[in-house]
Design a protein around this ligand. Sequence first.
Ligand code: ADP
Length: 534
Amino acid sequence: MKVPPGVSPGDFADAIKQFEEAVGEEWVFTSGEDVDLYRDAYSPFWHEEEDSVPSAAVAPEGVEQVQKVVRIANTYKIPLWTISTGRNLAYGGSAPRLSGSVVLDLKRMNRILEVNDKNHYALVEPGVSYFDLYRYIQDNKLKVWIDPPDPGWGSPVGNSLERGGGRTPMRDHFAAECGMEVVLANGEIVRTGMGALPGSKTWQQYKYGFGPYIDGMFSQSNFGVVTKMGLWLMPEPEAYRDGTVMVQKHDDLVPFVEILSYLMNSEIVRGTMLLESPLLNYRASQGGGVLDTPGGPSIAEMERLGQEKNLPYWSVELHFWGPAKVIDAQWEYTQQKFSAIPGAAFKDGRSYRFPLELKETEDAPRVALGIPNLSVFALIAGAQGHMDFSPIIPMTGEAVFEVLKVFGEAYAELGVAPRNQFFALPWSFFPRSFVLLFGFPIEHDVEKNRKSREIFKRLVQVSAEHGWGEYRTHIAYMDTVSDVYSYNNHALRRFHETVKDAVDPNGILSPGKSGIWPKRMREARMKTGKAGRS
Ligand code: ADP
């Protein structure tokens, strides 16, 4: 059996026995077969020594058992790695940042404590999946929607804590969080926001409570184990419709994004959209790429190709949810605003009324309709996995031009085929900014993965040199990304470390998460030369 770093085999055996007493023997997993299930199925270290392998896993069924587990971990200084349902694929799955950690698997804590369709919120435990919550709402005929990510098999708690994004107006999952219950490293239970008031009637209706607002400190962090979370839900809308806006010329992108930004920030257009280029997609289908690689066709040549093939340079599909009258007016106003760009064209899309009975086979935008599904996996068919490089960039046309050029040059310099990407154009998973999602294939090939990792690290650097930083990253790059958030000699990381040392002095909770290492491991890493971190 693998033993956590710094823990003696004897101590570990004692700790396992105590974990078994705390949660029941059948809920402590130590066999290679069971533990392998917690490895990252998309690991960029496949077949390599650095691949993260947990030593064991413990699955408590309630908050008291979580308290017991962290107290035992404190006694023996055993690193735990908390997961909710562990579907964090492309970012590490259920594998710990520190190989040898014990996975604290909260899947058994899967109670839906409340769903309210008058004030539109839910209170759930970490093991509740988007599918569970969706089914519960359907079965109870409640008039609320969830906002699943692609794919929808993870949990609202895990995904919100990772600050994931969906497609509906509730797409910013951490922004939809309202009130948490957290077990701290010393085993104490804290309730945040209005939850600190015993008997509070508004834990899921008002986020801030009294005093410093700390919920954010438990997201992408290792300061606590979240055991309950409130989520704001969207009232079931009366109707949905979508429509596409297209513009013809390269430089149209600047006013195009400016209008888009105005409409989104005014909440006339809501939800997630993907900026597309039918013309660049065509070029990609011919073996080129979406990025602006050196030696590629000029803008004038591309515009000529666009005219010849009747393909707009830029397009976007916009989505509207609400009363039919309101969304019709929103779409009409949207077209009016974009008409300021000469040659702008529009296409009506799908429309639905709710409640809706969809046929299995119907080509509906399920995620945008709040229906969890797994169809996104079809996109990566063939690859053995992928990891996502996902920087945040400004919501402007100029920034998009710069991105295409900068990453086009970087790809050329690094020898990456221009088509080695799922998407290069930005998404609006979060308000006020764009996010890029570059998917890097993972293969069961050591050499190829080694090269992919080098490229990934280089892209993090290139991004940072241009003022762009990632919103979330795979466990393998947490130090690399943390390294570039370095303002004022890493003042933010030093603050995170100060908090870490205060709330978790033995460093038992998810060491290394988001580049935050507890004191004793920072010192050890310094000695081994790993303290430069990447
Ligand atoms: P999902 O349930 O969506 O699959 P995961 O369980 O994989 O999400 O969690 C994603 C990441 O979020 C984990 O790697 C961990 O760092 C963090 N996390 C998940 N659940 C919790 C929790 N209940 N408390 C603290 N951190 C958590």
